[in-house]
Design a protein around this ligand. Structure first.
Ligand code: FAD
Length: 411
């Protein structure tokens, strides 16, 4: 049986290995000059390859349609993925939040392991091979093959589309799979950038550019109503806010931004109640009684944050600490517990970790990832309408759906 796979990302490579190991004659077509361009930059070059949490938690971190993933994940879960890489000679380690990385901290080792396994299984990898059209027998509703950009036709018994989404287009994910799917009669749900930073209105964020805050709590409100809250790490940029905590928040609240303005409240000291924090501030003030306010708060914040907090507090920076009123101090405490900014917009696909939306999963068999509309056509990875928060879950979706597609070819 001849299998053609479009896309040499994680999903395409895993599907290729799985199908070839099952005895198929597999050709992997990748339009770039190398495979796994996006995989190479994952996890800031370290590749958070999966998450070692239990399976229930894994589903809980998938944004929508987690039920669709049941058979794919139970068929090939995070433990199986870890075993695959260990067996392929890439040792892994588990970090905070159960995030799994290669022991070497180099995504290139994950890529090399996949390349080795493809070679061992006899996958024919064709680089610089851009698929332009998927060929279908429209009467029989059966896959025929593909036509490349150079007009060459490659016939196939089965075809797996693993072309990814449309974020970070320079890595090759240009959304071709959505076009192929539409041409095959599939619906593609609304696409939007996800796991993406926010622009904020306030100018002071520019002063904080590059400042990373750990262990803060972010709460997002719409018209005073709390719609998202979580703890973690965030980052200020020249345009707004980013970092894992904010990226995950974008998946939950991004949609609401179109209709309404959202407010982000950052609790800089979530481990302390307002009362405890007031005692802490008071202690600081007592130790620095004769100092000016601007010189008395250095133990409370990272140095980059001090001028902004002083400005936003409304307290005269030259004021001696011992004449600051209780009201002013309590206002300052409230500011620390709720540094507030206005979220105006999501950044675009060039900065989005993933694309939300994709091929409608109701039209796909969850066990084999085969199209319910065209025989012999399968999908794998981000091209499907599946997405998850950060932590290795999106790659797990790619591995599990690819394995299901690779084993679902029934040789
Ligand atoms: P892709 O990786 O997008 O691969 C698709 C491939 O198809 C590409 O190589 C493309 O060139 C090829 N292709 C497209 N069209 C054609 C065509 N017409 N002909 C031939 N080839 C074609 N997820 C995690 O779980 N952990 C992380 O640490 C993580 N970090 C990330 C960091 C960044 C900066 C980004 C952008 C994403 C990150 N992700 C992470 C998400 C993860 O990389 C994706 O979910 C994953 O790569 C999707 O895999 P895929 O194989 O479906 O698609």
């Amino acid at each position: 049986m001849k299998i053609v796979i479009i896309g040499g990302g994680p999903a395409g490579m895993m599907a290729a290995i799985t199908a070839a190991k099952a005895g198929a004659d597999v050709v992997l077509l990748e339009k770039n000059e190398k495979t796994g361009k996006k995989l190479f930059i994952t996890g800031k070059g370290r590749c958070n390859v999966t998450n070692a949490c239990d399976t229930e938690n894994l589903f809980a971190n998938v944004m929508e349609h987690s039920k669709f993933l049941y058979s794919a994940v139970y068929g090939y879960d995070n433990q199986a993925v870890m075993q695959f890489f260990e067996d392929a000679g890439c040792h892994l380690k588990t970090e905070r939040g159960q995030r799994v990385f290669p022991e070497s901290d180099h995504s290139s080792d994950i890529l090399r392991a996949l390349d080795r396994e493809m070679q061992k299984a006899g996958v024919k990898v064709r680089l610089n091979s851009e698929v332009e059209e998927v060929l279908i027998d429209n009467e029989k509703k059966q896959i025929l093959g593909v036509r490349l950009h150079n007009r060459e036709k490659i016939m196939a018994d089965r075809l797996i589309i693993a072309t990814g989404g449309i974020s970070y287009v320079l890595t090759g994910s240009t959304g071709d799979g959505y076009r192929f799917a539409r041409e095959a009669g599939h619906s593609v749900t609304k696409l939007s950038p996800a796991l993406v930073p926010f622009n904020i209105e306030e100018d002071w964020c520019k002063q904080l550019q590059g400042l990373s805050l750990r262990n803060v709590e972010a709460t997002i409100e719409v018209e005073g109503r709390n719609i998202y809250s979580d703890f973690g790490e965030m980052l200020f940029t020249h345009y707004g806010v980013s970092g894992p905590l904010i990226l995950s928040a974008s998946s939950y609240v991004g949609k609401k931004l179109k209709a309404k303005e959202l407010t982000l409240k950052i609790d800089l000291k979530p481990a302390l109640s307002e009362e405890q924090l007031d005692h802490r501030v008071l202690r600081e003030f007592e130790e620095n009684q004769n100092r000016q306010f601007k010189n008395a708060v250095h133990k409370l914040f990272p140095s980059k944050l001090i001028p902004v907090m002083i400005e936003l507090s409304g307290i005269d920076p030259e004021k001696k600490v011992n004449v600051i009123t209780k009201e002013e101090r309590l206002g300052f405490v409230r500011l620390i517990k709720g540094l507030t900014c206005t979220l105006t917009d999501l950044r675009d696909y060039n900065e989005a970790i993933i694309t939300k939306g994709g091929i409608k999963i109701k039209e796909v068999d969850p066990g084999t990832m085969e199209s319910k509309l065209v025989k012999g056509l399968h999908f794998a990875g981000e091209v499907l309408d599946l997405d998850a928060v950060t932590g290795g879950f999106n790659l797990q979706i790619a591995w599990s759906t690819a394995y299901a597609a690779g084993t679902g070819i029934q040789i």
